[in-house]
Ligand binder design. Sequence first.
Ligand SMILES: Cc1cc2nc3c(=O)[nH]c(=O)nc-3n(C[C@H](O)[C@H](O)[C@H](O)COP(=O)(O)OP(=O)(O)OC[C@H]3O[C@@H](n4cnc5c(N)ncnc54)[C@H](O)[C@@H]3O)c2cc1C
Length: 298
Amino acid sequence: MTVTMRPARAPDIPISYGVLERSDETHDVATLRTYPVAGRLPSFAPGQFSMIGIAGVGEVPISISSPADDDTAHSYTIRAIGAVTQRLVRAGVGDVVTVRGPFGRPWDMASAEGGDVAFIAGGIGIAPLRAAIEEVVRDRQRYGRIIVLVGATTPDNVVFRPWLESLRQTGVDVRLTVDRPGPDASSWFGNVGLVTELIVDAVGSVSRVVQDDNPGDEATRDRLSAFLCGPDAMMMATVVELEQLGVDPDHIQLTLERNMQCAIGTCGHCQLGGLLICRDGPVVTATQLGDALTTSEL
Ligand SMILES: Cc1cc2nc3c(=O)[nH]c(=O)nc-3n(C[C@H](O)[C@H](O)[C@H](O)COP(=O)(O)OP(=O)(O)OC[C@H]3O[C@@H](n4cnc5c(N)ncnc54)[C@H](O)[C@@H]3O)c2cc1C
């Protein structure tokens, strides 16, 4: 592939990226590593997304799943659910896509510094969290314990399993759970049940450790920050569980997914309550979200 590097362009102008590598994560999820063919995107922060287009098919929002310190090549981890994502998941090395971005409010990593952090994902929700996890692990002296909780339907549907194993080797508290262990149950050593069932043991113990260090100091409970991505119902249940443990809703961040068209806050397709997800999100705090998920349909 011939690469001509030019300065970064405005985020709303599509530019061409070629597929440099593709990896199959599960039967319907693939990661595409893309590299600029002409021009390049501006730098991004973990949690931001791009609009990825295929000529003649359409354009969809996809989070950047690679670390933010590599701002030239970007990875996108995509689940095939409809016309555009099915084509993207089938893309091969050398195929060219259009990319606009990066868009949206990123994870607020600074607010988590000095405390414990819990990343809680359902299914493909681990993809928008990956760049944030990489950043916390790289700068781990700025944080307390790092916890990663991942739920999937079956072991075969755990996205990034080798990477999660490698995180565990570095001391990150990684816990996996599945709805069903599947036909080969004897080879599954993780939990069976919902990801919310892992929270009390993993996150609750963090709250207790912090409290024991500072008995009677209620503020220490706020030293846990949680980052969530997954289906709406999973995130709602997770917020309830965390709040019951005393985690401050300002310290619970979620990334939201809605059908999106312009990505620059003008078309209104991604409205959720008073929020335009492309502009005010996709990352919001539980406080900002309020009851918008319970009162609105997709
Ligand atoms: C900010 C943001 C980041 C995202 N990041 C990722 C990512 O990293 N990886 C990934 O695989 N997907 C991600 N998505 C979801 C992805 O954009 C949708 O799966 C995609 O738009 C579907 O397009 P399609 O043409 O393939 O399917 P369509 O034919 O448009 O839709 C197929 C079905 O999925 C529903 N649907 C479409 N879009 C969404 C959506 N955004 N949320 C929920 N249901 C939807 C439709 O109503 C329909 O039932 C993200 C979405 C947003 C808003």
